[in-house]
Structures are given as C-alpha cells and as structure tokens.
Ligand binder design. Sequence first.
Ligand code: FE
Length: 129
Amino acid sequence: MKDDEQWRDKLTDEEFQVCRGKGTERAFTGEYWDCKEPGVYHCRCCGEPLFDSGTKYDSGSGWPSFYQPASADVIDEERDTAHGMIRTEVMCAKCGCHLGHVFEDGPQPTGLRYCINSLSIKLEPEAGS
Ligand code: FE
C-alpha cells in the first residue's frame, strides 16, 4: 500500500483530501452526481472497479448514489462516529480509499444507498457509448 506522500504525488489536492483524508465534496458540485453515462466507476486511487452505472440512481442528495457495489468484496465498511453522527463509512477494499457512506434508505432490490464522492471514483465509459 502506498503511503501518504506517494498518494500526494498521484492525486490532486482535492482528491487527496477526500480519498486519503476522508473529506466530503460539496453536494451538487462533483463530476458524477448527475451523470447518466453507462460504464464502470473505478477507484480514483488504485483503479479497482467499484460500481456499475446500472446500479446508479438519482437519490436527490447531490452525490453519486448506487444501490450496490460491483461485488461485495471490493468494498470495506467501517463504523464512523465523526461529526456527531453514527454512519457506516465505505472504502475501497484494495487501497483503503475513502469513498463515502452507506445508508439504509436506498431503493430495491437492496434498500441501500451508497453515497459516494465523485472525487473518489472515475468513470470508464462503456465501449461504443
Ligand atoms: Fe482503491
């Protein structure tokens, strides 16, 4: 796993603050909250495929929202008690990149809402789209 200095070289300041510093981009400002392009969203840090556009939906939150990850083992979860809230943080299982949080108010079939920072992911558009 890379250390902070190596990530600083690879990421922009904004990306570093969110991905390695567990920051949150402002709602309705990210690259993907309103994106409907088909493709696969990869980890901004290590390139691991994390979410498929087919599971993306408009949650109205201003952040890209998915009802499930590409597969269960690409995501790590951790209890987060920062900012006076009890939330479940989600991270890239491969590199530890902070992605966002998961909430239990999502649509079927999972009832989950993975609320993800655009800065933590990178869309690889579907070929031919
Ligand atoms: Fe990663």
